[in-house]
Write a protein that binds this ligand. Structure first.
Ligand code: C3B
Length: 834
């Protein structure tokens, strides 16, 4: 295996491994090595950023070592691998997480201290890897953490956007302003460029279908672009398994055209390269919304084509028949974004590998499975047929052929049912015709799942009822989302994590979250309650410090912290929350100072980004800021109520906010939020939920007990008739809501006219998300929160019980369920001597 002298290699490898020892002295030597050589700095010249970089590079050395061992072992053992195709990975920071997962946080802490640095400050200079918008991307990050921790061989595939999610700034009028995300400005230690593994990806050109539609076709001419892989190691918790996220970056095939340069056309000399690089220049900043832009389709194809190229290259080395492809590879489609992988694998199998069409189709269906993440119609992807034809002519032919087969089959089962054919077709009739990506994902997979029980039910009942009939119930299922306890408890809430470990006598809960159940025993224990509440208070102080530092706002440090942090979207109803805040303010203004004092003080915290083109969402942000300005400036009210809109919500900001929350709001219109995952993080960290009967809220309540969740609002089956009532103008607006609307219109929160378009969404049949229908019940739920909070022992008991019963919302549970029910893959531990 070794070139040259095996003994020389082995001794060098052993020596090198020694340099990764984990005692404090060795760690410091590794850090200083990077300070001196990689960064080329002297000790006097090391600031926090340099210390972070050097320390992170030393961690990276460990990760790469484990990565090598893992990948070599999996390859030699010829294990099956899961490929998680996700256009977004919202990883956040890597340093602290890697230290914890590698089990070296303690010695690093000490080491840094000796070198004159404070761990928290060093952690704080790291920039988030923001290659995602929200829930979908963060879920992918949690799942990769779980696959490594569970020793499941897995690779994520994604794009390496030069610009991740934009940085949000709030201007002096309270508006969101977007500025570019500079995540790559100071070199990213968590990625390994693989410049020698670049792949050529083709667009445009001419295609001819194969004989009879099903024979091998051709695709020639067109434009080639290079896909360059960057690998991001994903360490498991206290295991050597280190899975990989491979992120593709686009390059021109020729970076510089010398002929054009010589001819004096300097722009043209670099144009082609620049155009190619545009493909991965920026993450589309929309969540739950499909804009149908050509560049997005280019991104999608570029990504899945490069990834499949990689997977097939690896498969060919096994030298087994293509029919065994699904025995070695499972590909999970995270939403419809990677659906082009279905026709692309067909193209590889039929056109390049000469596999018969029907056998290829069988291979494809056994390989892919599809997770749906939304039932919102504006988020369901459709691509115009002319666009697909222009960019990917051969793929359109393949899609047509798949469609023809399916429709013939449906016609056989349900003769003369034209309406059914029209509904199920992969092509939607119209001008232009559109390719329905979800339908393609459903027929090209062996399993389709939603992400919470209610959502999976709606996926079957509302989105794909025809396909349930056609493909059978077993084609569809549910895997409720989960979150990793490594980041979302151990890392973000160290004091609570320590209390839990001390109380349970072991940290096994970190990898087996059901163990938290052991805490219920202590839920009523006064001494334990006191320690539990002290953790919350410490986290509260940390958030208040942050608010003071970023907003210059001093808040009551004993106020109940009420949080809503997530993407700003009408269906998530931040609007209702801020209307409720205004209502509270109006009430407080009417009270005597003594009465005010008796009420539980509140701090309302908002954070979240709006898509740059989403006008109403941006107005919601503006309203939150306008309201906070008025309320925070009101001296009479200050002790009882304050409002903070924290700019630039991110994973690392969530890590500060979530542990501090007493109440968090998950108040989407019933039937609109597929699952939600922050609800799980809040409950895990000893916060109670205020929510609608939507998404995973329902299952969380089942787990933690109805008495520990504040529910309100209409249920999913009510929604259609309520919407109809709005349509026909048969709605009674509650006086409380009208009072709040009047207050806004009076100019109490600045220029009233500005908010008219937002207020307009409540009236004249436009209240699609039923804010007016749920508002009273929302206020009542808020009142119940106030009342419950007064009885502190009972409140703390609720929060302990809710944390204790959150075990089933571990991403470990979810990933194991995928592994068993969908991927058909077993964990495989890396042997000590590997
Ligand atoms: C989100 C959904 O909106 C959430 O309810 C869900 O918890 C997560 O996905 C994870 O399943 N989602 C998203 O962030 N982006 C989309 N394009 C679609 C759904």
């Amino acid at each position: 295996i070794f070139p040259g002298d095996a003994k020389a290699w082995k001794s060098a490898i052993a020596k090198n491994a020694e340099s990764l020892k984990t005692d404090v002295d060795s760690i410091n030597a590794q850090i200083v090595h990077h300070v001196e050589t990689t960064l080329a700095r002297a000790a006097f010249n090391v600031d926090e950023m340099a210390m972070y970089q050097a320390a992170a590079l030393s961690v990276r050395d460990r990760l790469i070592h484990n990565w090598d061992v893992t990948q070599t072992f999996h390859t030699q053992a010829r294990t099956k691998r899961v490929y998680y195709f996700s256009l977004e990975y919202l990883l956040g920071r890597g340093y602290d997480n890697a230290l914890l997962n590698l089990g070296v946080r303690q010695p690093y802490n000490e080491g840094l201290k000796g070198l004159g640095f404070n761990m928290e400050d060093v952690i704080d200079v790291e920039r988030d890897m923001g290659l995602g918008n929200g829930g979908l991307g963060r879920l992918a990050a949690c799942y990769l953490d779980s696959t490594s921790t569970l020793d499941i061989p897995c690779w994520g595939y994604t794009l390496r956007y030069s610009q991740g999610i934009f940085k949000q700034i709030i201007d002096s009028s309270g508006n969101q302003v977007e500025v570019p995300d500079p995540w790559l400005e100071n070199q990213n230690p968590w990625e390994i460029p693989r410049l020698d593994n670049a792949v050529e990806i083709k667009f445009h050109g001419e295609a001819t279908p194969g004989e009879g539609g099903k024979g091998p076709g051709t695709w020639t001419g067109g434009l080639d672009v290079l896909a360059v892989p960057y690998d991001i190691p994903v360490p498991g918790y206290k295991t050597q398994t280190t899975n990989n996220i491979r992120a593709w970056s686009a390059r021109g095939k020729v970076s510089f055209d010398l002929a054009k340069f010589n001819a004096g056309d300097y722009d043209a000399a670099v144009r082609e390269a620049e155009e190619a690089e545009t493909i991965t220049r920026v993450l589309y900043p929309n969540e739950n919304f499909d804009k149908g832009k050509a560049l997005r389709l280019k991104q999608q194809y570029f990504w899945v084509a490069a990834s499949l190229h990689d997977i097939c290259r690896r498969f060919r080395k096994l030298r087994v028949p293509w029919s065994e492809f699904p025995d070695y590879n499972a590909i999970q489609l995270n939403d419809t974004h990677p659906t082009l992988a279905i026709p692309e694998l067909m193209r590889i199998l039929v056109d390049e590998e000469g596999q018969p069409w029907d056998e290829a189709w069988e291979i494809v269906r056994r390989t892919f499975s599809y997770t749906n993440h939304t039932v919102l119609s504006e988020a369901l992807e459709k691509w115009s047929v002319p666009l697909v034809e222009w960019l990917l002519p051969r793929h359109l032919q393949i899609i047509y052929e798949i469609n023809l087969d399916m429709l013939k089959d449906v016609e056989k089962k349900w003769p003369n049912d034209r309406a059914r054919l029209a509904r199920m077709s992969l092509i939607e009739e119209g001008y232009p015709k559109m390719v329905r990506m979800a339908n393609l994902a459903v027929v090209g997979s062996h399993r389709v799942n939603g992400v919470a029980a209610l959502h999976s039910h709606l996926v079957q009942q509302d989105l794909f009822p025809d396909f349930v009939e056609y493909l059978g119930r077993d084609h569809f299922g549910n895997v409720t989302n989960g979150v990793t306890a490594r980041r979302w408890l151990l890392q973000c809430n160290p004091s609570l994590a320590k209390l839990i470990t001390d109380t349970l006598g072991s940290d096994e809960w970190v990898v087996n979250l059901d163990k938290l159940e052991g805490l219920t025993k202590y839920a009523k224990d006064k001494a334990f309650q006191k320690k539990w509440a002290a953790c919350k208070q410490a986290n509260r102080e940390r958030l208040c410090d942050y608010i003071e530092a970023t907003l210059g706002l001093t808040v009551n440090r004993h106020a109940l912290i009420d949080v809503q942090v997530k993407r700003i979207h009408e269906y998530k109803r931040q609007f209702m929350n801020i209307l409720g805040v205004i209502f509270r303010y109006l009430q407080l203004k009417k009270m005597s100072p003594a009465d005010r004092k008796r009420l539980v003080p509140r701090l309302s915290v908002f954070a979240g980004k709006a898509a740059p083109g989403y006008y109403i969402a941006k107005l919601i942000i503006r309203l939150c800021n306008a309201v906070s300005k008025t309320i925070n400036a009101d001296k009479d009210i200050r002790e009882s109520l304050s409002v903070a809109f924290l700019p630039d919500y991110s994973v690392s900001l969530a890590e500060i906010i979530i542990p501090a929350s007493d109440i968090s709001e998950h108040i989407s219109t019933a039937g609109t939020e597929a699952s939600g995952t922050s609800n799980m993080k809040f409950a895990l960290n000893g916060g109670l939920l205020l929510g609608t009967l939507d998404g995973a809220n329902i299952e969380i309540a089942e787990a933690v007990g109805d008495e520990n969740v504040f529910f309100f609002g209409h249920v999913t089956p009510d929604v259609p008739k309520l919407r109809r009532a709005h349509h026909f103008g048969e709605v009674q607006y509650p006086a409380e809501l009208l009072e709040v609307v009047d207050a806004i219109r009076s100019g109490m929160f600045g220029e009233a006219g500005v908010f008219e378009p937002l207020l307009g969404t409540l009236f004249e049949g436009k209240d699609h998300y039923l804010v007016s229908d749920d508002f009273l019940s929302y206020l009542q739920a808020q009142k119940m929160v106030d009342e419950a909070y007064v009885d502190q022992p009972s409140w703390v008991e609720k929060t302990i019980n809710s944390t204790a019963r959150m075990g089933r919302f571990a991403s470990d549970r979810a990933v194991l369920q995928y592994a068993e029910e969908i991927w058909n893959i077993e964990p495989i531990k890396i042997p000590q001597d590997a």
